[in-house]
Design a protein around this ligand. Structure first.
Ligand SMILES: [Zn+2]
Length: 448
């Protein structure tokens, strides 16, 4: 079983292998902002796609949406964000560092011990102004969640999609929160990507659907390779519930800094639709033709972060082992999440091997994210692919010129098989879908 990993190792691997860089690095960086590099952008896209596939494409009762980041300010008055989306903030009178009051233990400044001010409420929404004149009336906010874009479009979707309840509306997009204390790499950042589903149901069926979505979302992480023992479910206490929530569960992950929230699944009741109906003056309800009644639906909301999920997948996949006396670092990423699916590696940069290797690459790249690498020794190239979690490496050697066969090497087991170039694409496709690498069940080696 992989050893527990500290965050520094993950940060350093991400930098070294082009997954994640500090933002604006040549200017010294910008606090808690991160850029996804060539490998990171693929990983992040795969996480997003896996969510969208399981939430939208594989279901008949969920549709997608993509709403704007800036919305009418009335939205945030109705949702409660202008009044209640706040954290208590204290400032040190000597060093002027600011802290979240509830995160400070004891009375003094955690940095210098100085005296702290009384807490004041600090709104976490980013404010900007729209248009050329900066005045009160032009104030807009960057959305702190994607959910409100869904609520305000409820009527549009219901009337155009011809779907019945229960109906889910899903959205993935950037959200912004001016956190007082961001940190832990990409765990808490001020700009992040949300994956949210608002699942509208008939009141009275809400508790059943909450249970359903809690299980569904928990299983999603497990299916994509996160070990069950690193996940836990936690129900919120009554004193902990947000103002809009009737009930809420967190799926926590055992991050290096301890158990922390990976996703929240809340029963928001009819709070949002009622608030928006009140503030907009538009009726937001649902006519249930079968029951012959009209009601305001309740909503179950699984809300996750793309970046936070990426971090959990990276940490859970990280492993170090010894192979023939040498240390090997690798990511056991699920094949569907791995940034690169296949690496084409000619044994050496030899003029006889290059044309065939290029031919193999050109054959594979329309169907799989494929990397071509002929620099340095084959051993170093294998290690580079292991570190980004590439499931399969295809090696072209001098024998390949004669017998038109290549070697496929599997990342986790290091097993190798030889296949005709003609069958390579088909063989890789089957293996990426989960077909055993050989007669032995190599995919099962992961948990041993
Ligand atoms: Zn201080």
């Amino acid at each position: 079983m992989p050893a527990k990993v500290d965050m520094d190792k993950i940060v350093s691997l991400c930098k070294r292998r082009g997954l994640i860089f500090p933002s604006s690095e040549i200017y010294g960086g910008l606090a808690s902002c991160w850029d996804y590099g060539p490998m990171g952008v693929e990983l992040k896209r795969n996480v997003r796609d896996a969510w969208w596939k399981s939430i939208v494409h594989e279901r008949a009762d969920v549709v997608g949406l993509d709403t704007s980041i800036m919305m009418h300010p009335g939205v945030w008055a109705a949702s409660g964000h202008i009044d209640s989306f706040t954290d208590p903030l204290v400032e040190c009178k000597s060093c002027h560092l600011r802290w979240r009051a509830d995160a400070v233990e004891g009375k003094g400044c955690p940095k210098c011990g100085g005296e702290l001010t009384e807490p004041r409420m600090f709104n976490l929404m980013f404010k900007t102004s729209m248009g050329p004149v900066e005045e009160e009336a032009s104030t807009v906010y960057l959305r702190p969640e994607t959910a409100q874009g869904i609520f305000v479009n409820f009527d549009n979707v219901i009337t155009t999609s011809r779907k019945k309840l229960p109906l889910g509306i899903a959205q993935i997009g950037k959200s912004f929160r001016n956190e007082i204390t961001p940190g832990n790499f990409i765990f808490r950042t001020r700009e992040f990507e949300h994956m949210e589903l608002e699942y509208f149901v008939k009141p009275g069926t809400d508790e059943k659907w909450l249970d359903y979505w809690v299980k569904e979302r928990f299983d999603w992480y497990v299916k994509l390779g996160i070990r069950k023992e690193n996940l836990r479910l936690r129900q919120h206490g009554k004193d902990e519930l947000a103002h809009y929530a009737r009930d809420c569960y967190d799926i926590d992950y055992l991050f290096p800094m301890g158990w922390s929230e990976l996703e929240g699944i809340a029963n928001r009741g009819d709070f949002d639709l009622i608030q928006h109906a009140k503030h907009s003056g538009k009726e937001l309800g649902y006519y249930d033709a079968e029951a012959g009644e009209k009601y305001v639906p309740y909503v179950i909301e699984p809300s996750a972060g793309v970046d936070r999920s990426v971090l959990a997948f990276l940490i859970d996949a990280y492993d170090e082992e010894e192979v023939e006396g040498e240390k090997r670092t690798l990511l056991h990423l699920h094949r569907s999440l791995a940034p690169v699916k296949v690496a084409v590696l000619p044994l050496s940069r030899n003029e006889k091997l290059t044309p065939l290797a290029k031919e193999v690459f050109n054959k594979l790249c329309p169907n799989f994210v494929t990397d071509y690498d002929d620099s340095q020794s084959i051993g170093r190239r294998y290690r580079r692919q292991d570190e980004i979690g590439t499931p399969f490496c295809v090696t072209i050697d001098f024998e390949s010129l004669e017998d038109k066969q290549v070697t496929i090497r599997e990342r986790d087991s290091l097993a190798q098989i030889r296949v005709p170039i003609e069958e390579l694409g088909k063989s890789l496709e089957a293996k990426l879908k989960g077909e055993a690498f050989d007669a032995s069940p190599l995919w099962a080696t992961r948990d041993k």
